[in-house]
Design a protein around this ligand. Structure first.
Ligand code: LLP
Length: 421
């Protein structure tokens, strides 16, 4: 459920007509709904009620500080994967003890920044990383709480580019080697083992892979405890999928996911952390774009938008489906049209949809890409020297630009010309 609905013939973001934002901000732009962000965060928080827990929003999904502040205000922690994300979370006012540092290749510099600024825990992904973290912690005279990310070798049944829990993926340490690695962790100075971490992939629409992974984590908890390790926290990662295509069966809800967590690891008495990103932000955001031209091609009509692959890369990168709807509500019973929906960037991959059946739209009309809040703006670029797409946050009847569109000068003047030219 989201808060982008038609009222009086116009798509609204909460109580604000989307066309009104477009008139002020220009297109394309991302627009987020505070009510949807809030609702989705709370669904997770409530799903874990009764167990000690912290929902650490995977801020890679949408990392604007206004979004982070909204979620932090509801009690969210943050899952970060770089020094940049760490600093952003701090800048948004998230305290260090609510920031979990994940990621497969943390540098010593990133470790130092987080240890100096305060961190809830590091999720360590390899033995060399653990050795480096130990060194950095000792040099700063601190002891850092860690979990080790285990790779449970489970098929997440999602797109290959976003599956992370199979043994051929680069993430975590093979679960079969966990005892050795934990024994090494216990020997290293500056490091304190507190738990286990797992994350098997993103856009999971079936709970079974989670069940398999969490059962393995539960077994491992008992084994490591028997080895004398203090396992008091389980970080179960993110990955719960969202309904991109409304015609498909709805994916499981956070309540179902919470019940599964209770069932698989609830008896262990551990504090539970989860790291959802997509389900919190995905349906809380739309990308609004304008039709530049409708061009008749050979046996097809192209809808040429002012938004492009640089603004929303998911269709080009993962063949991802996004619902594309007109901002003006179509008349009931109006005949649909069929379009290849493309952007202006100079490659054929700049195609959002082929043969998409949708209501008729014409030059100058606004369209909205639904479910674009996660992995949308954060993955945008300036390819073709197109300004980074701006972001807007709506709260009831108010809206604010939370990242302005850069001017051409701002973009161009970042280049510096060497003295010999
Ligand atoms: N935790 C870790 C360690 C992760 O690697 C990820 C996502 C998450 C949590 C959050 O997963 P979520 O709840 O959002 O599924 N760009 C891709 C998605 C990449 C996901 C990467 N890791 C896309 O547009 O589909």
């Amino acid at each position: 459920m989201d808060h982008f609905l038609y009222h009086d013939g116009e798509l609204h973001a909460e109580d604000v007509p989307v066309a009104e934002i477009a008139a002020q901000v220009g297109t394309p732009f991302y627009c987020y709904s505070t009510a949807t962000l809030t609702r989705h965060f709370r669904l997770f928080d409530e799903a874990l009620e009764g167990m000690p827990h912290l929902v650490c929003y995977a801020m890679k999904a949408a990392s604007n500080q206004a979004i982070l502040k909204t979620l932090a205000g509801l009690g969210a922690g943050m899952d970060v994967v770089s020094a940049g994300e760490y600093m952003r979370a701090k800048a948004a006012g998230v305290p260090g003890d609510k920031i979990v540092f994940s990621g497969v290749g943390k540098t010593r510099e990133e470790m130092r920044i987080a240890l100096e600024g305060g961190v809830r825990q590091f999720n360590v992904e390899s033995e060399p990383e653990m050795a480096a973290l130990s060194e950095v912690a000792v040099s700063l005279g601190v002891e850092v709480p860690i979990t080790v990310r285990v790779n449970p070798d489970v098929d997440a049944k999602t797109h290959a580019k976003i599956a992370t829990g199979k043994s051929e993926n680069k993430f975590g340490i093979p679960i079969a080697r966990a005892r050795e690695v934990y024994a090494e962790a216990a020997r290293l100075p500056g490091i304190k083992v507190i738990g286990i971490d797992v994350h098997i992939g993103s856009q999971l629409t079936d709970l079974e892979p989670f069940r398999l992974a969490y059962q393995k984590v539960a077994e491992l908890t008992e084994v490591l405890r028997a080895d004398g390790h203090e396992i008091v926290r389980l970080d179960l990662g993110g990955g719960l999928g969202i309904p991109y295509e409304r015609s498909n069966a709805a994916p499981p809800l956070p309540t179902d996911y919470g019940a599964l967590i209770r069932e698989t690891v609830g008896h262990l008495g551990c504090e539970i952390e989860i790291e959802p990103g997509r389900l919190v932000a995905g349906n809380a955001g739309i990308l609004v774009s304008k039709v530049i031209y409708v061009k008749s091609g050979e046996g097809r009509d192209f809808l040429i938008l002012d938004g492009a692959m640089n603004d929303l890369i998911r269709p080009a990168m993962y063949d991802a489906y996004h619902d594309i709807v007109p901002v003006r509500e179509p008349a009931p019973g109006a005949e649909p049209a069929k379009y290849d929906i493309v952007g202006p960037v100079c490659e054929s991959g700049d195609t959002f949809a082929k043969g998409r059946v949708m209501p008729h739209v014409g030059e100058g009309d606004l369209v909205a890409f639904r479910s674009a809040g996660a992995y949308g703006a954060v993955m945008s670029s300036e390819y073709n020297t197109r300004p980074l797409v701006p972001e807007v946050l709506v709260h009831e009847h108010q809206f604010a630009v939370i990242r302005p569109r850069p001017t051409f000068d701002e973009m161009i003047n970042r280049d510096t010309i060497p003295a010999w030219l």
